[in-house]
Write a protein that binds this ligand. Sequence first.
Ligand code: NAD
Ligand code: K
Ligand code: MN
Length: 358
Amino acid sequence: MKTYKLAAIPGDGIGTEVVAAGVAVLDALAARDGGFQFATDHYDWGGDYYLKHGRMMPEDGRDQIKNHDAILFGSAGHPDIPDHITLWGLRLAICQPFDQYANVRPTRVLPGITSPLRSVEDKELDWVIVRENSEGEYAGVGGRVHQGSPLEAATDVTMFTRAGVERIMRYAFKLAQSRPRKLLTVVTKSNAQRHGMVMWDEVAVEIAKEFPHVTWDKMLVDAMTMRMVIKPESIDTVVATNLHADILSDLAAALAGSLGIAPTANLNPEREFPSMFEPIHGSAFDIMGKGIANPVGTFWSAVMLLEHLGEANAAGRLMTAIERVTADPRYHTPDLGGEARTDEVTEAVIDAIRGSND
Ligand code: NAD
Ligand code: K
Ligand code: MN
């Protein structure tokens, strides 16, 4: 039997609630499958760790997880610690050194879930947003001078490298080519941002030549928000910068019914380092500790994790179980307008896994 080394990093807030649910579901799948199992290491890194040790994860934290097959992540964000410290100290401290440059974010309206868009049918909203995950606006370049004085100045420099843009563009074209519609929208803001974004446009034209079967267009990010609402059926695969795609994917999640159902994979496609899977949402201070966080985003992320490991059967079985459960409004958490609790949804998904046959 194959054993996968899984690193579970729940982090903070509802991250701890949904990752516990995710690990339980993965174990149930492994038991149902019989061909593999997980050896899961749990790491208590995050805000509470920071309050005790002055850092979000130990100095050798990355060494502790660099040989794992995959990472299941919850959220970084603590009510008593500034967000830039928690984000840079944990999530980005893993994503960037592990070169998880492709952040893949599927969005679909799952069975039983209603989109807030008046007329959308599920097949009209089936997108994948590819987020550049290693540079751009989140390159970490910049500084502050004369802090606290009227002369204070602060910069966040957006930095793109040609190699970085080429690899994410190629990844997005390849992904678009693998999907039935073979459609890609390249999102930039090259009217206002006249250096890096213009390079994005140029790289898109070059890489497109490698993918003659992909139909592509480009769109400014502000107009893209409108298109997502007005003409969702015109969109399939999207590629955008770290910041733009961060924003567009929260909108996409809400249009598909809730931020709580949206998954993401932080991929190191070359597999030199482990990839990391997490729901796109954060710590949700307003509902943490109440047992009502929607675990579906984490379960769907677990589907992506299984696909990454090559366990296509188990991935398919989990997606079917998720869809069976979302189809039943008794298992909708409050963000979806229901009354279900995290553990009820989790048990329903585990039951669906156990009962599935193929
Ligand atoms: P958030 O995603 O935590 O919450 C936004 C809203 O969506 C809240 O009303 C919340 O209740 C709701 N929501 C989110 N996930 C849900 C779920 N699974 N079930 C039900 N409702 C859900 O975003 P925020 O409020 O901007 O951020 C809170 C903290 O999380 C901040 O510290 C932020 O920096 C951090 N954060 C971390 C990550 C990450 O680690 N990847 C991502 C986003 C935000
Ligand atoms: K997250
Ligand atoms: Mn985000």
